[in-house]
Design a protein around this ligand. Structure first.
Ligand code: NDP
Length: 329
């Protein structure tokens, strides 16, 4: 089996992060309920390790921690890798934002994964919620103290945030005692995140890019407006390097110092997505792809938009809250 050697980025605390991660969010069912554990995912993770993936991105809310952990543990038992060879990222859910809840939440995640530490623990959102999903007034800086606690106790080697806007990230860095190593946000040709990337660079933080393919792929069985897999501008670049357009879009992220988190459960596409470390885009090609930017977000939880820490722009007709549907069932 082909095994790609993935380069690593040095974090601001000296630790190393592999430059691409496998995304493991398997999406929502039609009713908006989080899908139950996908019984195939442990095998996908094992195949991914054979191919060269060394970084896995999961979260408590994805309900995939068990299977991600199972795949990694089986490969360690086989002797294919050691725990040190893999980088595991998981995330704290919004209903566990009180300082004293953070170590408990991470211990639950670790129990599910069967691991005794994670490499990176992220605050999934700056938004604190109560158990019944009503808004909690817990400040994200209180939550950050809890993340600092789990790094100090060794349950997490590094800590960071996801879905913070620039102002929130600035405040976090100003008030933190442990600086975040990474921020995870949506990054694709229609959401190029230049400001966050530039600020993160100035603070020696890594940007992790979620939903990296943007409109190139079908999402939830739907096509969204924007560049497609056969977009001529992307095809022209791809044919120059003898690559596919999804590979070009992933490489565009790597060349902008973003760690992409492509999700695939398909063996062929798992291989395709990691095979991006033998070419490099030119600056003018990066800028051509940047031209697709039009501020489209695929993750826009407008049902939280009246929360004081909602990070994104408000819209006129907010969506119903799928988590409330989940609670009723
Ligand atoms: P992606 O951009 O990774 O798109 C995934 C889709 O693309 C799947 O349908 C997949 O299908 C398809 N696909 C994968 N590779 C290819 C390819 N080479 N050619 C054509 N189609 C392809 O989006 P996601 O929204 O899933 O995001 C990726 C990860 O980011 C998540 O799994 C999660 O880990 C993270 N994330 C984090 C969020 C946060 O709030 N922090 C929010 C959203 C995502 P198939 O599996 O069949 O290949």
């Amino acid at each position: 089996i082909m095994c790609v050697e993935v380069p690593k980025l040095k974090l601001n605390n000296g630790k190393l992060m592999p430059a691409i991660a496998l995304g493991t969010y398997l999406g929502f069912d039609q009713g908006g309920v989080v899908k139950s554990v996908n019984k195939q995912l442990a095998n996908v993770v094992m195949n991914a390790i054979d191919i060269g993936y060394r970084h896995f991105d999961t979260a408590a809310i994805y309900e995939t921690e068990e299977e991600v952990g199972e795949g990694i543990r089986k490969k360690i038992e086989e002797g294919a890798i050691t725990r040190d060879d893999v980088f595991v990222t998981t995330k704290l859910w919004n209903t566990q934002h009180k300082r004293e809840q953070v170590p408990l939440a991470l211990k639950q995640s670790l129990n599910k994964m069967g691991l005794n530490y994670v490499d990176l623990y992220l605050m999934h959102w700056p938004i604190g919620l109560n158990d019944d999903y009503t808004f909690s007034d817990v400040d994200f800086m209180e939550t950050w103290r809890g993340l600092e606690d789990v790094q100090k106790s060794g349950l997490a080697k590094s800590i960071g945030v996801s879905n913070f806007n620039l102002d929130q990230l600035r405040r976090l860095i100003k008030e933190a005692s442990i600086k975040p190593v990474a921020i995870q946000v949506e990054v694709h040709p229609q959401m190029i995140q230049s400001e966050i990337i530039e600020y993160a660079k100035s603070e020696s933080m890594v940007v992790m890019g979620y939903s990296p393919f943007g409109s190139l792929v079908m999402r939830y069985g739907m096509q969204f407006p924007g560049p497609k897999i056969d977009e001529p501008i992307l095809v022209e670049i791809a044919s120059k390097y003898n690559k596919t357009t999804p590979q070009v879009v992933l490489r565009w992220q790597v060349d902008r110092n973003v760690v992409p988190l492509p999700k695939s459960t398909n063996l062929k596409r798992l291989k395709e997505n990691i095979d991006i470390f033998d070419f490099k885009l030119e600056q003018y090609e990066i800028e051509k792809i940047n031209q697709f930017h039009n501020n489209v977000r695929y993750t826009l939880p407008s049902f939280w938009q009246n929360h004081p820490y909602y990070p994104f722009e408000k819209i006129d007709n907010p969506q119903d809250n799928p988590f409330l549907n989940k609670r009723k069932q």
